[in-house]
Design a binder for this molecule. Sequence first.
Ligand code: HEM
Length: 188
Amino acid sequence: METQKTNKIVSFIGGKAGEYKINTISTISGSPIALCDFVSIKKETLSDSQRTNSTWVLQGFASNLRYTTRPEKNILDEKPSVLGISENKCLAMIPIKKNSAWWLLTQDERRQILEEDSKHIEIGFKYLATINRQLYHSRDLGEVFDFITWFEFSEENEAQFNELLSKLRSTKEWTFVEREVDIRMTRI
Ligand code: HEM
C-alpha cells in the first residue's frame, strides 16, 4: 500500500518582499547574516528558481520534544502558543547555532544543562501567557543554524520579551551558543 509522504520543511526567506517587515537585524554572537528588508515564510523546500530573488533562505521543521518532562509538558499544554494573531504585531526570528561541545554531550547531559542548571523551561513558563512561540529544528537538514526560533507578541509585551531574552542569554546553556542573530519584524 502506498503511503503519502508529508514534507514538514518550512522555508524562511529574507529578501525584498514578504509578509513581515524587518525593523532590525542584530548579531548577538558569531557571524552576521546579510541585511534585507522583509521575511516571507513558505511551507515547502524551495527550488533553485524560487531562491533566485532571495537574500537568504533558512530552513527548519517543527519536531517532537527532546528534553521536556511530562509535568512540564502539562504546564506548557495549558497555554498553547497561537501564531498569526493580527494584534500580535511584534515578531522575532532568532536563528541559533550551538557549538560542537554541546553536540558531543549525551541527551541526559544536555537536559541537565538546559533545565537543571539553566532553568530554560521554568523561566519560559512565566512568559507563556504573553509570548507565542515555535521552535524549528535545522541541524538535521545540514543547515548553517541548528534552530530557528519564532516569537509573536503585542507591542506592550516587547519589554517582557527582551527581559526573557536577557535571562536566557545569561544562563549556562547560552555559553554553548556560538552563533545567534536576532531579527525583529512587524506584521504587515
Ligand atoms: C515563552 C518562553 C519560552 C518557553 C516556554 C520555552 C520552552 C522551551 C522548551 C519546553 C524547550 C525544550 C523542547 C524539547 O523538549 O525539545 C525549548 C527549547 C528551546 N528553546 Fe525555548 N522557550 C521559551 C523561550 C525561548 C527563547 C526566547 C529562545 C531563544 C531566543 C528559546 C530558544 C530555544 C531553543 C534554541 C531550544 C532548543 C534547545 C535544544 O534543543 O538544544 N526559547 N524551549
